[in-house]
Every structure is written in structure tokens, then in C-alpha cells.
Design a protein around this ligand. Structure first.
Ligand code: ADP
Ligand code: MG
Length: 559
């Protein structure tokens, strides 16, 4: 059958363009990505073979082979994993599986990505990194369980199209064959490949092997040498999360993080522990230092990778983390779960509930500790993830006070960009001040010019500045903090404690009545205000009314 040409989807071309023309450093990560895909493919075969032995095709000798061919100038990465059908190859190697394609394209063209091309590592586009080092990439693949004739050969030289042909492949799995560029020939050398595998893929569970030929002096004739070829394994294959903390270096922790997250930046914190008792499990979790681009997308995947007795069961177990901690990445391994668990079973499984509770507590404890020990690092973390963490106040009633302790806000008394905790605010309150004052708005500048703040400035009362669109909901969910109620600077009647208001209300009684009569369709009440200094009048919302910004938000939502 003749090869037929297919165009790549626009976003693939964009990615390829970035890969080829913008990424110059760390080209060697292509190997990490291909090995990671091979390992994923073996995970899948191994997992599916638990219920269908025929998929093993008679062998359980899982491995990933590196086959350099100096004469041909090619490097092949071979696995004996699940393989792909024709349709799967089209889907996996010709498109990018994202729900928000439009937003994704916008992001790809953004300054941020242009200036930091390494960010594309997060986009789950590992396969295409092969084109950083290869002019042509061929993928020969056959699905486990299919006949030898039902293989497919996918090929592309990144010119906007790829070809597909029927092919034959006696063994299951995938060969990715790279025709190396002139300046990438070092990836044919044993020592180079060994070094890269050691650095980036040491913890891969399956052996990454290569045939290595060594020459030794011939014992019979000293003038001659004999050469012997043996298969050597380059990686140590230790599941890092099962190892002892003391045995793991920071580099190893960071490398593993990059492997599971596709992030290029080191994580902010590592949480590694083993729980013993009625429920036993090991957890290795990471707090990233940068927000992934897709964290607000619908199809963002939540939760750690789940292993049961060394078998990877699912790559994201969402039942193990609350959504407000969805930035946390990692691995959990438990032998208390059955190997054939499904997502449905996990939803209300006792063991999973216990693990979720433990992980949640550990993460919140770690954040509290970080805040206490290194406010600068915590502030940087909060910049990236505070908005998400804050959702916990709304969703995790039980822990809302713990989470409230982790919140940071600017205030009318902080320098722009500097934030304080609620505890600090309360500590700074004068003895007369009864409530925690806050004001919401789109940004600090807008809030600071608000007439609502005049009286607070005059009386030197600190007001928290809240600029996230759902802060109002969060604050009303919280209600009180350290027995102090929250009071919006925009809403209701303020009593700032000088008691003169009542007097004035009487003094101007007639005038107020008149104004009320004139404005009766427009306002609910006219009052003497303690809140203004330079402005003559202002409109305030009632105590139980929505904030003006909320009203706008609801209007925008068509309600
Ligand atoms: P990701 O691994 O994040 O899904 P990649 O770009 O690395 O993204 O790979 C895209 C997809 O191609 C994979 O999800 C998988 O379906 C398929 N794929 C890539 N390499 C292999 C392989 N060696 N065996 C089977 N499928 C593969
Ligand atoms: Mg991948």
C-alpha cells in the first residue's frame, strides 16, 4: 500500500516550529520523553494484561531498548508495551489532546512562551521533542494482541505533514526511529546515552538496555583483541518513592518531579513519607514553583499517580486530593488496594478516604511550616497558587480555619506587592477596632482611590485589599477569624467607634427625610455617614446586599 499524506493539526505545527526553532538548550531531554512514553506504554500493557493474559504474547520480559546505528545515523527507542492501532497513532501523533485548543494556541503565541520556550514542556507534547534532534522520525508500532500484519508505520520530517502505511511487526510495541541531525550525532555514542539515561531516567521501573560491545586483549595472542557484546542496563530502576529519604538526593527528587510533571522548573517543596498502621502507603508529593498553564482548564488532571504493588493503576487519582490542592503532583503507592480498582470504586473506598485525609493534612501542614520558616518562599508560592488554595475555604468547611491561616492579603498599610496574614492584621488592630475591614476591587490602584476608604485613612484603620473575583464569597464563607467578624468597607453601616453619628442623624433629621422622599425610587435609606471626608455623598450597599462588584458579576453571567 502506498503511503498517504496527512496534514498535522495547526497546533502541532506550532509546537514543532517552537521545538525546532526556539529550543536550543537541553536537547537531550528528547530521550527522557521517549523513554517516558515507552515506560507508559509498558505500564498500560502490564495493567491490561492483569485481566487479559493474551496481551502478554508469551513474554513478561518488559524492557526499553536503545539501538544506535552509526552507519545509518539512526537511534531507535524500542519498547514491548501496548503499541498503537492506526487510529490511535493518528490521534496521538497528529493532534494535541487539549480541550481548549483556541486558548492553547493563544498561549503558544504569547510572549511568555516566546520568552521561555522551555514552558512547552508542560504541554504534554513530549513525543514532538524528537524533532529537536531528528530530521525525520518514524514510528513502527503494533498493538498488543493484534496480528503481525496489522502494524502501522508513521513517518514525518516535520514539514507540516506525516505519512501512514500498513506494516508488519512480529513483536508487540513501538519502535521510534530517529534520523539524527548532523549536529546531534553524539546521541549515537554509548557514553552519551548512558549519561542521559542516568541523569533523567534512572528511576524508570523497566530496564533501559543497550547492546554494548567491549574489546579485551585476547588471552591467547596478546597482539589481538576479542570483542564481546552484552546487553547492559543503564538505569538503577529504583522506585524513588519507596526508597528511604536519606538515600535520595535533591537532584533525584527534582528529576523525578520533572518526569511526572513535565515541568522544567524545580519544585518549591518535596513531601515524602510513609504511613504505617491500619492503612499503609507511601507518598511522594511535590509543590510546584510555577503554575502550569492549564490548571484552570476543564480537563486539567488532578491527583497523584497511583501504584498498587509496583503496578501503575492510573496516572491521576483524583479521589485522593481535594480540588483546591490540585496543583500538587506526585505518586502514591498502597498495597491495601486491589490491583483491579476502577475510578468508580475509588470514589468511595475507605482506604482512599484515609489516604486523602492524610495527604490533605500533610500538604496543609507543609504550607504552614513553609510560611513560618521562609515567608519569602511562601509568598512566591502563594503568588502562583494562593487563588486555588483559597477555594478550600469554600469547599472544605472542616478545614476552613487552617486554610484561613494560610491566606495572604495586601492592605492599605502594606507596600504594594507586600502581603500580610489575617493573624498579623488582627494583631495590629487597635483595642477599639472590633471588626476586620476589607475592601474588594479589581486591583490595588482602583481600590485605593475609592471614597469608601476616606474615613479609614483619616482614622488610620487598616483595611485588607482583596482583588480576586471570588474573594467576597470566600470571606462570607469564612465569616469570622479569631472571633472577629469581617466587615466590608463598602457595605452597610459603619461604626468606627466615635459615637457621634447618632447625634448628627438627629441634627440633620429633616434634611434626610426630604432627601429620602425625593430619591425614594432610587435608594433604600439616607443616612449621615461617618465614612466620608472629602466627598459629599456616597452610595453604600446594605449589610445583606451583594457587593457592587458581585452584582456586576452576576449581571455579566446573565442573572
Ligand atoms: P504524553 O506522553 O504526555 O501523552 P506525548 O507527546 O509524549 O504526550 O505522547 C503522545 C501520545 O502518543 C501518548 O499519550 C501515547 O498515546 C502515544 N505514544 C507515544 N509514544 C508511545 C509508545 N512508545 N507506545 C505507545 N503509545 C505511544
Ligand atoms: Mg510523553
Amino acid at each position: 500500500m502506498t503511503a498517504n499524506k496527512h496534514p498535522f493539526k495547526a497546533e502541532v505545527n506550532k509546537i514543532l516550529d517552537l521545538m525546532i526553532h526556539s529550543l536550543y538548550s537541553h536537547k537531550e531531554i528528547f530521550l527522557r520523553e521517549l523513554i517516558s512514553n515507552a515506560s507508559d506504554a509498558i505500564d498500560k500493557a502490564r495493567y491490561q494484561a492483569l485481566t487479559d493474559k493474551s496481551l502478554l504474547e508469551g513474554g513478561e520480559d518488559w524492557k526499553i531498548e536503545l539501538i544506535p546505528d552509526k552507519a545509518a545515523g539512526t537511534l531507535t527507542v524500542r519498547d514491548n508495551g501496548i503499541g498503537m492501532t492506526r487510529d490511535e497513532a493518528v490521534e496521538a501523533l497528529g493532534t494535541i489532546a487539549h480541550s481548549g485548543t483556541k486558548e492553547f494556541m493563544k498561549l503558544l503565541e504569547s510572549r511568555e512562551v516566546k520568552d521561555n520556550p522551555e514552558l512547552i514542556g508542560q504541554f504534554g507534547v513530549g513525543f514532538y521533542s524528537a524533532f529537536m534532534v531528528a530530521d525525520q522520525v518514524s514510528v513502527l508500532t503494533r498493538k498488543a494482541g493484534a496480528d503481525a500484519e496489522h502494524a502501522v508505520l508513521w513517518e514525518s520530517n516535520a514539514d507540516g505533514t506525516y505519512t501512514l502505511e500498513d506494516a508488519e511487526k512480529p513483536t508487540k510495541g513501538t519502535d521510534v526511529i530517529l534520523k539524527l541531525k548532523e549536529d546531534a550525532k553524539e546521541y549515537l555514542e554509548e557514553w552519551e546515552l548512558r549519561k542521559i539515561v542516568k541523569q533523567y531516567s534512572d528511576f524508570i521501573e523497566y530496564p533501559v538496555v543497550m547492546n554494548v560491545t567491549r574489546s579485551t586483549p585476547d588471552p591467547e595472542d596478546k597482539e589481538k583483541t576479542v570483542s564481546e557484546t552484552t546487553e547492559e542496563t543503564f538505569n538503577s530502576r529504583k522506585a524513588i518513592w519507596l526508597k528511604d529519604k536519606a538515600e535520595i538526593t535533591t537532584e533525584e527528587y527534582n528529576e523525578f518531579y520533572k518526569h511526572i510533571s513535565h515541568d522544567f522548573t524545580d519544585p518549591a517543596r518535596v513531601i515524602h513519607y510513609r504511613a504505617e498502621g491500619t492503612t499503609e502507603f507511601s507518598a511522594l508529593l511535590y509543590l510546584p514553583s510555577k503554575r502550569p498553564f492549564d490548571i484552570f482548564y476543564q480537563d486539567y488532571k488532578i491527583g497523584p499517580t497511583l501504584y498498587v504493588r509496583r503496578v501503575q493503576i492510573m496516572d491521576h487519582c483524583e479521589a485522593m486530593l481535594p480540588t483546591y490542592l490540585r496543583f500538587v503532583r506526585g505518586v502514591v503507592e498502597s498495597s491495601d488496594l486491589p490491583l483491579n480498582v476502577s475510578r468508580e470504586i475509588l470514589q468511595d473506598n475507605k482506604t482512599v478516604t484515609v489516604i486523602k485525609k492524610s495527604l490533605t493534612k500533610k500538604i496543609l501542614d507543609t504550607l504552614a511550616e513553609m510560611k513560618k520558616e521562609d515567608m519569602e518562599a511562601y509568598g512566591a508560592f502563594y503568588e502562583q497558587f494562593g487563588r486555588i488554595l483559597k477555594e478550600g475555604i469554600h469547599h472544605d468547611f472542616e478545614r476552613r480555619e487552617t486554610i484561613a491561616d494560610l491566606l495572604l492579603f495586601e492592605s492599605t498599610k502594606t507596600e504594594p506587592g507586600k502581603k500580610i496574614t489575617l493573624a498579623e492584621y488582627v494583631e495590629r488592630m487597635s483595642s477599639e477596632q472590633k471588626e476586620i475591614y476589607y475592601i474588594t476591587g479589581p486591583d490595588r490602584a482602583a481600590v485605593e482611590s475609592s471614597p469608601y476608604l476616606e474615613v479609614f485613612k483619616e482614622k488610620e484603620i487598616e483595611v485588607l485589599i482583596m482583588t480576586d473575583d471570588f474573594d467576597d464569597i470566600i470571606i462570607s464563607g469564612l465569616g469570622v477569624y479569631k472571633e472577629k467578624e469581617f466587615q466590608s468597607a463598602i457595605k452597610g453601616d459603619l461604626d468606627l467607634g466615635d459615637g457621634k453619628k447618632e447625634e448628627k442623624q438627629k441634627e440633620f433629621g429633616d434634611l434626610l427625610e426630604l432627601m429620602k422622599a425625593e430619591l425614594k425610587d432610587l435608594v433604600a435609606a439616607v443616612r449621615v455617614s461617618g465614612r466620608l471626608k472629602d466627598s459629599a455623598v456616597c452610595l453604600v450597599a446594605g449589610e445583606h446586599d451583594l457587593d457592587p462588584k458581585m452584582v456586576k458579576m452576576f449581571q455579566a453571567m446573565g442573572q
